[in-house]
Structure formats: C-alpha cells, structure tokens
Design a protein around this ligand. Structure first.
Ligand code: ZN
Length: 163
C-alpha cells in the first residue's frame, strides 16, 4: 500500500505524463487527496484549496474534471455527493452513516477466496471492484452512548420533550 509521499509522487508524475501542468493550487489539491488516501467529497476539497490558495473554485473544478478525464482519479458518490479518489488507491473503504468519515478498508477478510468463488460461479474475469461498507464509527458510537447517559441522568422520566 503506498504511503502519502509515494501517492503524491504518483499523482504529480501522472499529471506530467498526461500533460497537465502542476501549479501550486493544483499541487495542494493533489496533496489533500494523497494524504488520507480515501475517497473525498469534491466540493469541500475544492473550497479548501480555493480558500488557501486564493484561486477561483471553477478553475479547481476544471482541474478535477481533467484528472477524471485522464484517469488519474476515480469518480464515485459518497452519500449522494460527488467524490474522487486517486486511481492508485484502493476503492475499499468504510463510511460512517452519521458523520460521513471515510476510513480505508484493509484487504477484507476472505476477499480473495470470495473473488475466486465469484469467478467460478459467474465465469467473469474480474477487473475492478469497489467495496463500500457503511455503519457507525467508534466516535459516533461514543457520542451515542454519552448522549444515552445524559438522557438516563435526566430526573424527568415522563415527557422529555417538555423538559
Ligand atoms: Zn461517525
């Protein structure tokens, strides 16, 4: 699995190969993509680069479109939002239904075996996969249980809406 430094190098050289000039704002966008190595929603990502580098968001949207066109990033949807991930990253991730945090999923247990079963059963030659698992992250579970405690410590047990 490539580290963030290697991933950034991949992204920058892929741009060079594709004939895309890597200006400072473009490099910043690639850095932000390479750092977590997981799919990211496009809009806040572009807003961040635009704010930090003082460029117009439209220029960055155009750059993202070029990255998609050249196959340097994959386009996908994260909870109904347009998102991208660098093409060298895996498309296996966990997403929290509550806060939307995205975590890289290490090779799922038994995944290779499952692929062979799939190949045997369907006759497909598998080329790509995209594995999204959703649930509630540990942080949200903690918030959930502390909220529960607060509710339990509430002396009024009849009607919470009236308190
Ligand atoms: Zn969460």
């Amino acid at each position: 699995m490539p580290g963030p430094g290697q991933t950034l190098r991949y992204a920058v050289s892929a741009c060079a190969v594709a004939g895309l000039k890597v200006t400072a704002p473009r490099r910043r966008l690639l850095e932000l993509l390479a750092e977590p190595g997981v799919p990211q929603v496009v809009e806040p990502l572009i807003r961040k680069v635009a704010d930090e580098c003082g460029v117009h968001p439209v220029t960055m949207y155009r750059f993202v479109a070029l990255l998609e066109e050249k196959g340097i990033v994959h386009r996908l949807m994260l909870r109904d939002h347009r998102a991208v991930v660098l093409a060298c990253e895996s498309l296996d991730y966990l997403i929290c239904d509550r806060c939307g945090v995205v975590t890289r999923l290490l090779e799922p247990v038994g995944f290779r075996e499952w692929q062979s079963v799939l190949t045997a059963e369907t006759g497909y030659r598998l080329e790509h996969h995209w594995f999204e698992v959703s649930g509630i992250c540990p942080g949200c579970q903690d918030a959930e249980s502390s909220g529960q405690q607060l509710l339990n410590s509430n002396p009024c047990t009849t009607d919470h809406h009236a308190c």
